[in-house]
Design a protein around this ligand. Sequence first.
Ligand code: AHM
Ligand code: MG
Length: 332
Amino acid sequence: DHNKLALPVGTTLDRFIMRKQEDFPYATGELSQLLRDIALATKIVNREINRSGLIDIAGAYGNRNVQGEEQQKLDVIANIRFIRALRNGGEVCTIISEEDEEMIQTGNVQGKYVVAIDPLDGSSNIDVNVSIGTIFSIYRRVSPTGNEGNEQDCLQTGTHQVAAGYVIYGSSTMMVYTTGNGVNGFTYEPSLGEFFLSHPQITTPKTGAIYSLNEGNSNEFSEAMTAYVDHCKQQGYSARYIGSLVADFHRNLLKGGIYIYPATKKAPNGKLRLMYECNALAFIVEQAGGKSSDGRTRTMELEPKGMHERCPLFIGSTELVEKAEEFMAREY
Ligand code: AHM
Ligand code: MG
């Protein structure tokens, strides 16, 4: 059965998506098209990001774009690019975006899919030339086609994701995604404008020696959380925190480790968003053999109540997440 053979390193993303579709004999190709739409938008956003350092220089000469508008911020540009690609692609009826309070109707009422996206995460890192990312989840709509998508379509639990991925705009640009059959990573070759398979079938180490959280908030931690951080230090783990979720997650996925954005006294649900940050990474980490929870409940089983809802995030190597959950379960 040739379809089940692993595809070689160097396979282009387009070819990879096409070949994977052949694994599902009744697939219509719509999900494949949707993934290609996202990849296309990613290339455009990548180009904008790479030029971002020059925008201020251009600005200093009073440059405006052709419409005479001031240059927009990159997270706004990324949002526009992804929405446009998903609208033009036609497979998506409704989008939830970190950048928009309300759901976005694409007008494609026949579209079978719903996308939740953080178009540019970690945007406070742009101005200082540090890695940033895009995060996305794809769901099949539950309401019948022919109408706009509704809240029920947008507020499914993470277990219903049909695909999820992220893009890291780092020293290289990479796209990592899953359709529920393992995780694959593709590295962008800018001179060719193509993503190539570079990290086939990613598995995350069962354990690791990196812990990633914002310890500046430690006065706001619960006793259980403080005890777990002490445990990490006693174990001699390295602290690594970029402050850019995708970059911190990506490093830990490859090297083994745990990323935590805990509940704090000021922010009892933490900071990160369930629908377009946590669920996607949870799907990926589980597909790579790792774990994700809010400290108690599996992330993908959390019942979403709102599109922009927050939840604590404990994600990474299975042994480390389980140990952290043990601490969180203790009474203090
Ligand atoms: P953003 O969506 O406003 O960009 O915030 C999300 C970012 C994550 O990338 C990162 O992990 C986290 O915020 C860092 O938060 P903090 O600065 O509180 O440690
Ligand atoms: Mg974000």
